[in-house]
Design a protein around this ligand. Sequence first.
Ligand code: ADP
Ligand code: MG
Length: 366
Amino acid sequence: MAEITLRGLAHSYSKTPTASDEYAIRQLDHVWHQGGAYALLGPSGCGKSTLLNIISGLLEPSEGDVLFDGQRVNELPPEERNIAQVFQFPVIYDTMTVYDNLAFPLRNMNIPEYRLDPKVREVADILDLTPLLKRKAKNLTADEKQKVSMGRGLVRDDVSAILFDEPLTVIDPQLKWKLRRKLKEIHERFNITMIYVTHDQLEASTFADKIAVMYDGQVVQFGTPRELFEKPAHTFVGYFIGSPGMNFMEVSHHAGSVMFGDQPVPVASAINQRVAAASSSNIKLGIRPEFIVVSSTPSANALPIQVVALQDLGTYSLLSFTLAGQLFKARLPEGHASMGDSAFAEFPLQHMALYIDEYLVEVGHE
Ligand code: ADP
Ligand code: MG
């Protein structure tokens, strides 16, 4: 069991990096607490696998420290770190039976057969592999092979943590759901720290209690699925989490008002003051599609919009509209009134968030 701390971590695959874009991991500080069910979520290429491989010891970071329970482990090889890692594609021995594949990590540790047998059977049972135990691995389907691969990660109960690197990529969608639930069950039963890498927000939020969102080599927010939705700390989180993502307006300050192009936008006074005082010109207002209120009649804080499309998606409708020439999305409740080409949109003050240089600095208040 271990708490995993990453301190001042940076990694470049180049021996002599000169520019910041040559770093796969940039200045990262993070703590994974003992026993947590975590997801590491981010788009392809943002550094997720690099980070996992640094934790497991397959890769030595160019800068910074990896600590297990406060002890620096940078120099420890993977086999001495007591960490199990499950990869995107199955890592199994084709010529061995399923049973022998599952037993392999335990036999490697010289655990006697009478002790490893119940463990192998328990893991096989959890993953529905019992009927396949005597089969040679090479005859399995891709799904089954990946389950064996996961089983090899789960069979040791001495591990400090299990790292999963997009393990369900090759699994069919129906089974994915079931396996994710199994992993959660296993987590609850054994109290092992688990870090689950994915680029899929739904997968992350069904597995994890807390999600680290990674973007361009950095963890830009670490929070519960709800926190990521309600209070995105970085514009990337706003855009990446939610369906569709947050709307953003690049704004400036003019004659006492916050301006989106030529359009004054009503905002809370705290936001107005922040925009007025900002030294950067990278200033954005964010609002989630769920919170935009659309009406066919004008009202005090509502802005005139042009309707582009209205799609009925069953439990809600998705409205695409333009304001000051930019496209926005709003989620409208089922059964709202139909509307013509022109309508009015209100951005409730308490649901507006202000981002300066892409980071959240203020949320609106009524
Ligand atoms: P992710 O797992 O989030 O898709 P990776 O950690 O695999 O991202 O990659 C992060 C960045 O590092 C990418 O720009 C990728 O091209 C680069 N990279 C990954 N592995 C290597 C490698 N072995 N050599 C050089 N560059 C690499
Ligand atoms: Mg990867």
